[in-house]
Design a protein around this ligand. Structure first.
Ligand code: PHE
Ligand code: ZN
Length: 880
């Protein structure tokens, strides 16, 4: 484990290396406890650079041998420590060969970075800085090298030997051993290196590219699970097709392989030609996966595939540029899913995710710009800000330039930077060049942290036939950025007339208004529309054109009108969601003793109308009916949070909606039952989603537990089964129905760790004070393992990030369990521990009693000995 050095890496300190490594040959003799690695590196001094010591990165390495140009290097000529190798006086020649031998122990690698073992399969994870746990190297993304990899292992232990690129040679050796050689012709950074070896089952496919080349596709899974990889294979082919159609991007190697492993720190990894996946994002069938799982698999398969151009062919100059590949690739996978499914439903789901994960980050102590300027531990910057807000920034470029110019800019980006390690400046420049526009102010979206807010009010002057919008922007201060500059915010909008139709204006002044978008660039804009005789309703931030918050002074009647009539599906959903949130906040205040108006009855009636509106997609209706989450409500309240009061308000609202629709919901619920055979397509998934949310409401009426138990027992797929189990466990905890269903589920999936994760998750999410003890108990369940990231995230991650009343138990027991467990996880896997620890990032918004206890838990973690760089960074920034 790397302990903290306290060193802060700064963007302004970037300097190209004096040395390059144009070629890398690796030779692996695999063995669980002692894998021998020989690296033959062609080192080149950059032209015009004077000879200087060559310093290579390592992490926990032991050097067994070192030679330069075939001669063993005398001990006086180098210094080797576990984390650094310094060649004091490299040869004077421009080019030389460095041969390094190291020995590593994959079986003891519990951090899951570098070469490790998962279920007896050897696999690697090198992003961001894991390659240095394999051999000494210039382990930074601007060092691009052509790799040749030879792998040797006993045939019975590892019949399959994979690496990046194309296979070139393989054969048998004496004493049951064999080998394979792979060559990747595309220069790549070390973080994209991968090796997999073991006994795996294969699902084969093929794809013909737009220029007619045949690509062999392989998905490798645990033997016996091949039938679960069909959906992933289909998603892969659709991704390859889509990238050709939408971006003109063709695949470039003869093979494309995906391997699913059970122990993985993240979702998946885009290693060139050899993607490694968390098996949760590959394996699926109707019996074991929910519709949400299918959608995630499709999105992540696409995401990693799309990285081949945005990330691999064009990579990042340094880790400050992480969003160059991640934000852009998320944007691409969002567009893919939108094209494969329903665009408006996808957009609403994206915005919900952004608000749930990125907004709290941007509004708390861990806020950072999409392109950070400093970090202590890069692992902690794989964040919702870099990924999700990074994607929104790309989307805004498209909104500002229009689809054709955006595409021209992307084409220029691929043409200009193919084979390079690029920066955000390079990315913005292509769009400036194709459009002739200056994007300097827009670039603040990359450089400035914090969620901008727009305050908007409107006025209509009937006599002058004038409609006016007063818009004011502000960006709240964030850590180390107290003064903010004014941003360029593309605000898509519409003026909606009483008939629901768009209202036209004859002239507009006060801001540039272009193609349905107001370009906010100053602190204040008074936007005046002329030729408007009747007061319109104003629909703002349509399609969520900018990742901002809005404070709009708008009459409730206007909101109700938009929630029923806005032609922009996102804005229509938003109007209803805002009304729900306002009502929930009002109810929260009432619970705490205030008095405010509530429109609960009107909302419940509108909910019923939306639920039954056949002109709307079922998936859209399901999203509209799912109430703002407890954490969403908390975020809008801002301070003095009492999660129990929020829970009570939300519960009361759900009951009100259920009661008001007690006549209509049962019939609708019945009508949505699956008729034909199961299909994971978006329309079928949407019907299941609507039916399952109706079940959630109906379960609150008399006989509800029985209804949910019936739904559970009749379920023929995991979506329905898991939904019913969650309704039973969360709405009827402790009842015989809930207990029986939990036991039945456990018995049925006893041997299937991925499915049992759902069982852990559902139980970790049970609201209320008792769940802390339950989680402690489940940590002793035979299927739980503190070493497996998926198990830890399902149980501890769900408890701490998705169970507001359980985690924030007033006596602080939730925090205690959390701090203990984070430290326990950290001993093995600092990266997973640090990510878990972010669950306390919003501690300052809690009411004083909980705040004190949450802070104590953070302090307890901070004072633990030998904290990893990963965890110390999160804990200290959270407390700062
Ligand atoms: N680069 C991966 C992705 O977004 C994420 C990842 C980061 C995986 C670090 C592992 C380690 O596709
Ligand atoms: Zn990615």
């Amino acid at each position: 484990m790397r302990t903290d050095t306290g060193h802060v890496f700064k963007l302004e300190d970037y300097r190209p290396c004096d040395y390059l490594i144009p070629r890398t040959s690796l030779d692996f003799r695999l063995s669980p406890d002692a894998t021998h690695v020989t690296a033959l590196l062609t080192i080149e001094r950059r032209a015009g650079v004077a000879a200087s010591p060559l310093v290579l990165d390592g992490d926990g390495l032991t050097l067994l041998g070192i030679a330069v140009d075939g001669h063993t290097l005398p001990a006086s000529d180098y210094e080797a420590t576990p984390d650094r190798l310094t060649i004091l006086k490299p040869p004077a020649a421009q080019r030389f060969e460095l041969r390094l031998e190291t020995e590593i122990a994959p079986s003891r690698n519990e951090a899951l970075m570098g070469l490790y073992r998962s279920n007896n399969v050897y696999c690697t994870q090198c992003e961001a800085e894991g390659f240095r746990r394999i051999t000494y190297f210039l382990d930074r993304p601007d060092i691009l090298s052509v790799y040749t990899v030879r792998i040797e292992a006993p045939h019975n232990e590892a019949p399959l030997l994979l690496s990046n690129g194309n296979p070139v040679e393989s054969g048998t050796l004496g004493s049951g051993r064999h080998y394979a050689v792979w060559h990747d012709p595309f220069p790549k950074p070390s973080y994209l290196f991968a090796l997999v070896a073991g006994a795996l089952g294969k699902v084969a496919g093929s794809f013909t590219t737009m220029s007619g080349r045949e690509v062999e596709l392989g998905i490798y899974v645990e033997p016996g699970k091949e039938q679960l990889a069909g959906y992933a294979m289909d998603a892969l082919k659709r991704s390859m097709q889509w990238d050709e159609e939408a971006f003109g991007r063709e695949y470039d190697l003869d093979v494309f392989n995906i391997v699913a492993v059970s122990d993985f720190n993240m979702g998946a990894m885009e290693n060139k030609g050899l993607n490694v996946f968390n098996d949760k994002y590959v394996l699926a069938d109707e019996e074991t996966a929910t519709d949400a799982d299918f959608a995630n698999i499709e999105a992540i398969i696409a995401h990693e595939y799309f990285h081949n151009w945005t990330g691999n062919r064009i990579t990042c100059r340094d880790w400050f540029q992480l969003c160059l590949k991640e934000g852009l690739t998320v944007y691409r996978d969002h567009e893919f899913s939108a094209d494969q499914r329903s665009r408006s439903v996808k957009r609403i789901a994206e915005v919900r995710t952004l608000r749930a994960h990125q907004f709290p980050e941007d509004q708390g102590p861990l806020a950072h710009p999409v392109r950070p300027r400093r970090y202590r531990e890069i692992n902690n910057f794989y964040t919702a800000t870099v990924y999700e807000k990074g994607s929104e920034v790309v989307r805004m470029i498209r909104t500002i330039l229009g689809p054709e110019t955006f595409r021209a800019g992307m084409d220029l980006y691929f043409e200009r930077h193919d084979g390079e390690a690029a920066t955000i400046e390079d990315f913005l420049k292509v769009f400036e060049d194709v459009s002739g526009r200056d994007l300097a102010q827009f670039a603040l979206w990359y450089h400035q942290a914090g969620t901008p807010n727009l305050t908007v009010s409107s006025a209509h002057n009937a006599a002058a036939k004038e409609f006016t919008l007063e818009i004011e922007q502000s960006v709240p201060p964030t850590p180390s950025e107290s003064r903010k500059r004014l941003m360029h915010i593309p605000l898509a909008f519409g003026l909606v007339g009483a008939n629901g139709k768009p209202v036209a204006w004859t002239a507009v002044e006060g801001a540039m208004v272009d193609d349905g978008v107001i370009h906010i660039r100053k602190r204040r804009h008074t936007v005046r529309f002329s030729g408007i005789s009747q007061r319109p309703s104003v629909s703002l931030n349509r399609g969520f054109s900018a990742p901002i918050t809005l404070s709009v002074q708008q009459k409730a009647d206007d909101q109700f009108f938009l929630a029923a009539h806005d032609s922009d599906a996102f804005a229509r959903w938003q109007a209803f969601n805002t009304l729900l949130t306002d009502a929930l906040i009002a109810a929260f205040r009432q619970i705490l003793g205030g008095k405010e108006p509530v429109f609960a009855a009107r909302l419940a009636e509108l909910a019923g109308r939306i639920a039954g509106d056949e002109t709307l997609e079922p998936a859209y209706r399901a999203l509209a009916l799912s109430l703002p989450g407890e954490a969403d409500i908390a975020r809008d309240i801002g301070k003095g949070i009492d999660p129990d009061a929020i829970f009570a308000a939300r519960e009361a609202m759900a009951r009100m909606i259920a009661e008001a629709n007690r006549e209509a919901f049962p019939a609708l619920y019945e009508s949505l039952a699956d008729k034909g055979p199961f299909s994971p397509d978006a329309a079928s998934a949407g019907r299941r989603a609507l039916r399952n949310i109706l079940l959630d409401y109906l379960s609150l009426l008399p006989g509800g537990a029985g209804l949910a138990a019936g739904h559970f027992n009749a379920a023929t797929n995991m979506t329905d089964r898991a939904a019913a189990l969650a309704v039973l466990a969360h709405r009827h905890p402790g009842t015989a129905e809930a207990e029986e269903a939990l036991a039945a589920f456990e018995a049925r999936y006893r041997g299937d760790a991925l499915v049992l994760d759902k069982w852990f998750q559902i139980q970790a999410g049970v609201p209320g004070a008792k769940t802390v003890e339950k989680v402690r108990e489940l940590m002793r369940h035979p299927a739980f393992s503190i070493a497996n990231p998926n198990r830890v995230r399902s149980l501890i991650g769900t408890f701490s990030s998705a169970n507001q009343t359980g985690f924030h138990r007033p006596d602080g027991e939730g925090y205690r369990l959390f701090a203990e467990t984070v430290l326990e996880v950290e001993k093995r896997n600092p990266q997973v521990a640090a990510r878990l620890a972010t669950a306390l990032r919003s501690w300052r918004s809690l009411e004083p009693g909980r705040q004190t206890k949450a802070r104590q838990a953070l302090l307890d973690m901070a004072k633990a000995e030998n904290l990893s760089a990963d965890l110390r960074d999160i804990v200290e920034r959270t407390l700062a």
